[in-house]
Ligand binder design. Structure first.
Ligand code: ATP
Length: 308
């Protein structure tokens, strides 16, 4: 594998104060994001949260009206070619020329990238079992995604950007995509930014995560740190309760009667002290999944999630 050599040593992506409006709609609000070199960065959020709009700014397809976007220290909207030659990009539904054969498309795309590695492209094509003589228009959605992935990876990009790469794809293609992400990071110094709804997949591969909701970054950080600072506690109360108590740090509640479970943010010691003060006992505690943290952070308010 080829290591990355670059004079640029700061964060690969640096977004500050980025606000984007489409008419009255604020798609991004004061977004701040830093993606360090060599990380796999997962951007998570529901449909319409603003993930694609953010990615479009990173790729220089949208120019920051308010705030700034830097990729490799450069403004991607001011110098798209200079930035994009170092970036591999795969969108949810890659637009590929249907009339071309796969082999022709690989040769054609190669012309745009000085660092294209034909041996690696061929390895990828074979591992994804794509027929080079097949016309793109005859490929299934999954096969097109695999071709898109070969095109995104074969020039050995310093930054790989994947926008919802696995939506609607079968588990085998998803596994290929995740395998490719992992292979990419295995190469020294390469960085991956990917957006996804599939939080268990994000959890498997991401080092860092940003949760975006209604255009705002709700939280962002190292996945390990996010997991360490969230807890799912099941509490037993001496008497049945119609509602859960006001517990500092509780983000969301589920339960009824004497047993209530909360996903909480904060230090475990402090949370347990707060539980004691409520007269309850912790009967179970575990690390919540990213999915549970996500729902707790952006889901409905506690009272609306209460199961009576
Ligand atoms: P999805 O997961 O569905 O792709 P997303 O998180 O990528 O969603 P965006 O596509 O970035 O979300 O959209 C954010 C918001 O901005 C949405 O409300 C969307 O309707 C709006 N939006 C995005 N692009 C445009 C546009 N060109 N014109 C008007 N509104 C837009």
């Amino acid at each position: 594998m080829v290591a990355v050599h670059s004079e640029f040593n700061g964060n690969v992506i640096e977004v500050a104060g980025l606000t984007r409006r489409f008419g009255a709609k604020a798609a991004l609000v004061e977004v701040r994001l830093s993606v360090p070199r060599g990380t796999v960065f997962g951007l998570v959020g529901v449909n319409g949260a603003g993930k694609t709009t953010l990615i479009k700014h990173v790729l220089g397809l949208l120019k920051a009206a308010t705030g700034s976007v830097r990729v490799f220290g450069q403004d991607p909207a001011a110098d798209p070619a200079g930035v994009l030659v170092r970036v591999g990009y795969l969108s949810e539904e890659p637009e590929l020329p249907g009339w071309m054969r796969v082999g022709e498309l690989l040769r054609y795309t190669r012309a745009f990238y000085p660092n294209w590695d034909p041996k690696f492209a061929e390895e990828l094509r074979q591992s994804f079992t794509i027929d080079p003589t097949a016309k793109v228009k005859h490929l299934s959605k999954g096969q097109r995604a695999r071709v898109g992935l070969v095109l995104a990876l074969a020039h050995r990009p310093e930054l790989l950007v994947l926008d919802e790469p696995s939506s609607g794809l079968d588990p085998i293609v998803r596994r290929d995509i995740l395998g490719a992400i992992i292979r990419t990071i295995a190469e020294e110094g390469r960085t991956v930014l990917f957006s996804s709804h599939l939080l268990h997949e994000v959890e498997r591969v991401a080092d860092r995560v940003a949760l975006i909701d209604h255009g705002r970054v709700v939280f962002s950080g190292a996945l390990d740190n996010i997991k360490e600072t969230h807890h799912r506690l099941t509490l037993r109360f001496p008497e049945p309760r119609p509602h859960p108590p006001a517990l500092a740090g509780a983000l969301t509640w589920e339960g009824h009667g004497m047993e209530w479970a909360a996903v909480c943010a904060g230090q475990l010691d402090e949370l347990k002290n707060a539980v004691d003060a409520c007269g309850a006992q912790v009967v179970e505690q575990r690390v919540p999944s990213l999915d549970e943290i996500f729902v707790a952070r952006v889901g409905p308010k506690c009272s609306e999630r209460v199961k009576e």
